[in-house]
Design a protein around this ligand. Structure first.
Ligand code: FE2
Length: 379
């Protein structure tokens, strides 16, 4: 990166506070899984991801195999250990399949590491340059909640399919895409009393702001409650809501997650579509299972959100939720957990003006989750 000289600042016109961690968006999400080959097949078949790149013994990486798959701007990497006594094997033993890396695209991974570690972020990876014939990627990283890490990826000087040490993955099996466009937000579940410390971490270490707070009065059902704060970076491209359990009569869904994930971790990843009715119709045909919403939810919907473009019957048939903020509305739906442990699930979201989140959907969502929890004997 060429060095630029900052213009002298005058006292009469104070500069707007500079974003010390400019983020261009989510670069990729890496899952540690028990069987990466099968997981990649699942995400291709069920969600419409396309084969992108592969890394493993054949590319000189002896200890693990990784499959990179992509749909529009969403890139997943599925990694599995080749042998026991390996950090990836240990992670899988503790957590089952789950998210290890939330990677963020930056222009300068060295600066991102310097700025965040200087503010108290715990280093996971010092700035490291990976090179091959397609150019170079600089990456660095810090720890966040649980065993999750943020990697900062600087890739403007790289022209290969994904990363050095990966080769293009050519596959004859390519089910069509389902209209998923980009990562909208990634939610973390943390332990009792840990939400505010992690909110403070994202503010202090990464320069995020708290754009929305849900307390236990907003998010409670007859049985359980949780609290949530939505953290956003400066340009709004990266949003990390943080949940913690709250006192309720029975075990909250966050507690169930923490118990079965054996610690804090990523609860759900929301992926945006431009046409949620088409996308969800397609996903259901491919076998993706969604939470069921009682049809009474739709009786009060028009009063709650006012006019919407979508036909109510289609939303009811698919179980899509609608909510509103002051700028518009949004449509969302949640899958069941995609593992046998009741841990990680996905959200499909379409925003129609709303940049934030409404409060109206939470009760319907949590009651739906509790019905599933009760069926598992965990409520
Ligand atoms: Fe969400």
């Amino acid at each position: 990166m060429p060095t630029t000289v900052a213009a002298p600042k005058t006292k009469t016109a104070p500069a707007v506070e500079k974003d010390f961690l400019p983020l261009q968006g989510t670069d990729y999400i890496e899952f540690y899984v028990g069987n990466a080959k099968q997981a990649a097949h699942f995400y291709k078949t069920a969600f419409g991801f396309q084969s992108l790149a592969y890394s493993g013994p054949e590319t000189g990486v002896r200890d693990r195999a990784s499959y990179a798959i992509r749909q529009n701007k969403i890139t997943f990497v599925l990694t599995t250990p080749m042998r026991p006594n390996h950090p990836v094997a240990e992670h899988h033993h503790n957590h089952g399949d789950g998210v290890k890396v939330l990677a963020l695209t930056v222009e300068d991974a060295t600066s991102a590491w310097g700025e965040t570690t200087k503010r108290g972020g715990k280093s996971f990876m010092k700035p490291t340059t990976l090179e091959d014939e397609d150019g170079e990627v600089v990456m660095s990283g810090i720890h966040t909640y649980g065993e999750v890490v943020h990697l900062f990826i600087e890739r403007q000087n790289y022209h290969g399919p994904f990363m050095p040490r990966f080769r293009k993955w050519e596959s004859n099996y390519s089910p069509p895409q389902t209209g998923l466009q980009h990562v909208d937000h990634c939610v973390g579940n943390v332990g009792l009393g840990q939400m505010n410390p992690w909110v403070e971490f994202y503010e202090r270490v990464m320069g995020f702001r708290n754009i929305l707070t849900f307390d236990d009065k907003d998010i409670s059902t007859e049985y359980s409650a949780l609290m949530s704060k939505v953290m956003s970076n400066g340009n709004g491209f990266v949003k990390f809501p943080i949940n913690e359990p709250a006192e309720g009569k029975k075990k909250s869904q966050v507690e169930e997650y923490l118990e079965f994930y054996n610690g804090e971790g990523v609860q759900h990843i929301a992926m945006a579509t431009n046409n949620i009715i088409e996308t969800v119709t397609d996903l259901q045909k491919r076998g993706v299972e969604f939470l069921q919403i009682p049809s009474t939810y739709y009786e009060t919907l028009p009063d709650r959100v006012g006019h919407i473009d979508e036909e109510l019957n289609a939303l009811r048939r698919l179980g899509i939720l609608v909510d509103r903020d002051d700028e518009g509305y949004l449509l969302q739906i949640f899958t069941k957990p995609v593992e046998d442990r009741p841990t990680l699930f996905f959200e499909i979201i379409q925003r129609k003006g709303a940049k934030s989140f409404g409060k109206g959907n939470f009760k319907a969502l949590f009651e739906a989750i509790e019905r599933e929890q009760a069926a598992r004997g965990n409520l």
